[in-house]
Ligand binder design. Structure first.
Ligand code: CA
Length: 540
């Protein structure tokens, strides 16, 4: 062999191997990832989890074809902080997003950047809510901030800001399908993040769902009239009660003129604006369709209200109104998830694709009389998580493993054969997904919520959670501990921290809490720094 050719052959052999080491497996074997996430979608509102409220046949397809997690949870139950945990694989105190107030620090590495660097085609459509644009994406079309339900504006990578006529859930899906059809490079594996705004407040269903959903009647949760006794002061002082804190116009869709007519005061200073800013985005036809349904809702309420309603009746009315709109927005999410799954199936793309359905956290659907999230109590701490991966996950599996949104980044990286940075804090779920014996060892997770004082007034707290217990410390302007016995008290109504029968449990969990805080690098000192920075910023 000619020496020059020999050297070229040697160099290309070395380069190829380096590529394999750094970039993982060859591209024809690396799986695609379709990460579907909605915003504030409670597991109680997915029929794979519960049949009480709504049928979600399309989302359920993922559970049927793959695995359903019944103990999946978040590290910090609020929108943007959860998204930061998902993208960075780090707890809030290290990923820069402890609350919704400060923007995300884009110098911190996110897993999509690693996918892009290792040869994946990457795209994001929908809601990010970071206060800046995502890094590591070949294509993105994202909503500014919270975004709007009707005729929304998008920030796009290639076309600047655009406004698109229609309903947000349909539009995000149209963009996703268009990318799959026209922009996807079949030579490369892809990472697709398909992120819904729905069912986030202020819960505006699509026109096609208005009539049916505003006529539905839903069964009340048994804790709708919770009086918050038997726990620390945190539940009682929170401002997320359906009766006391929900907006009349913005949330319950009582028109501002009707509020004036009935002499109803605005709940918050943005109550009426919460309604008008969305309503005024609609065109004449959309408004006519909307009015055709909601004027009737308003007229029916007027009659009842004038006849006199007790507090209990008002609470029940607000619960029904809330569920009708919240679940109405989920009807469109489910239909659209079906469109994407249909496309993947029709184009032979499910064979080598990990499909995930999750939410950035759970949500209260009247449990404890609440809406919103933030607390470490189950409805907001847990989040839906369904994953299908043909040939790797046995269809129809159910797992109660204590997995967390902290784990997604390392799971996807391992599945793609990309090395995860050593400072990521999650664990890869790949062995668990593949059904390996001892595929998951974690028995306790760490939680830390920061945004206080702020809307909804949920006090700062951190917690250690096992399958059996939750040990919670509320701090900032209080210093209160709570122990929940998850097996005996699944509705989380009783603090047993001071019960002598639990003194050994408290002692053991306090030690474990110290250990888990050390493991993740959190401390009272770090919390104090975060708290001071926040207080200084909100005083300005
Ligand atoms: Ca959210």
């Amino acid at each position: 062999m000619n020496i020059k050719i020999f050297i070229i052959v040697c160099i290309s052999f070395v380069l190829n191997n380096l590529k394999l080491l750094g970039g993982g497996k060859p591209d024809n074997t690396r799986p695609n990832i379709v990460f579907i996430m909605s915003d504030d979608h409670a597991y109680q509102a997915i029929s794979a989890y519960s049949n009480k409220l709504i049928k979600t046949p399309n989302i359920d397809r993922i559970a049927k074809n793959g695995i359903k997690f019944t103990n999946a949870c978040v590290t910090n139950s609020i929108c943007a902080p959860s998204r930061a945990t998902i993208l960075t694989g780090k707890h809030s105190h290290l990923n820069s997003k402890t609350d919704n107030y400060f923007p995300f620090d884009t110098t911190i590495t996110t897993f999509p950047q690693l996918f892009q660097q290792s040869g994946y085609q990457t795209a994001m459509f929908g809601k990010l809510h970071f206060g800046n644009n995502p890094k590591g994406f070949d294509q993105f079309k994202i909503l500014p901030g919270q975004g709007n339900y009707y005729n929304p504006t998008f920030i796009t990578k290639k076309e600047g800001n655009i406004q698109v006529k229609g309903y947000v859930t349909d539009i995000i899906t149209d963009m996703t399908l268009e990318w799959l059809e026209k922009e996807r490079n079949p030579e490369k594996p892809f990472l697709l993040m398909y992120l819904h705004k729905a069912p986030h407040r202020e819960w505006l269903p699509a026109e096609r769902h208005l009539k049916a959903y505003t006529s539905n009647v839903y069964s009340e949760p048994s804790t709708l009239f919770d009086n918050y006794e038997g726990r620390t002061s945190a539940a009682k002082s929170a401002e997320m009660n359906l009766l006391k804190h929900m907006n009349w116009a913005g949330d319950s869709k009582i028109y501002p003129e009707m509020m004036d007519k009935l002499g109803i005061n605005a709940t918050t200073e943005w109550d009426k604006e919460g309604f008008t800013k969305e309503y005024n985005r609609m065109d004449a036809l959309q408004k006519a369709n909307w009015d055709g349904v909601y004027q009737l809702v308003n007229e029916q309420f007027e009659k009842k209200y004038k006849a006199g309603m007790t507090e209990k009746e008002l609470m029940q009315w607000r619960f029904q109104r809330y569920m009708q709109d919240y679940l109405g927005t989920i009807a469109a999410v489910d239909e659209n998830v079906g469109r994407v799954l249909d496309y993947l199936e029709a184009n032979n793309l499910t064979k080598n694709t990990i499909i995930v359905y999750t939410s950035d956290q759970g949500f209260y659907l009247g449990e404890h009389g609440w809406y919103d999230k933030r607390f470490v109590y189950d409805e907001s701490f847990k989040t839906p998580l369904l994953i299908q991966w043909e040939g790797h996950i046995k269809p129809g599996r159910v797992s109660d493993a204590m997995v967390q949104n902290l784990d997604y980044a390392q799971t996807f990286l391992e599945a793609a054969g990309i090395n995860a940075p050593s400072d990521m804090q999650g664990e890869s779920m790949v062995p668990l997904l593949k059904g390996k014996i001892n595929g998951w060892k974690r028995e306790a997770v760490y939680y830390h919520y920061y945004e206080y004082p702020a809307v909804h007034m949920v006090k700062r707290h951190y917690a250690i959670v096992t399958k059996a217990y939750k040990l919670i410390h509320f701090y900032h302007d209080v210093d209160e501990w709570e122990l929940i016995d998850r097996e005996k008290d699944p509705q989380e109504l009783k603090n047993v921290y001071h019960d002598p029968n639990y003194s050994q449990v408290v002692e053991k969990l306090k030690k474990e809490l110290v250990e888990i805080r050390k493991k993740y690098g959190d401390s009272a000192e770090i919390s104090k720094g975060i708290q001071e920075k926040y207080l200084k910023a909100i005083q300005k």
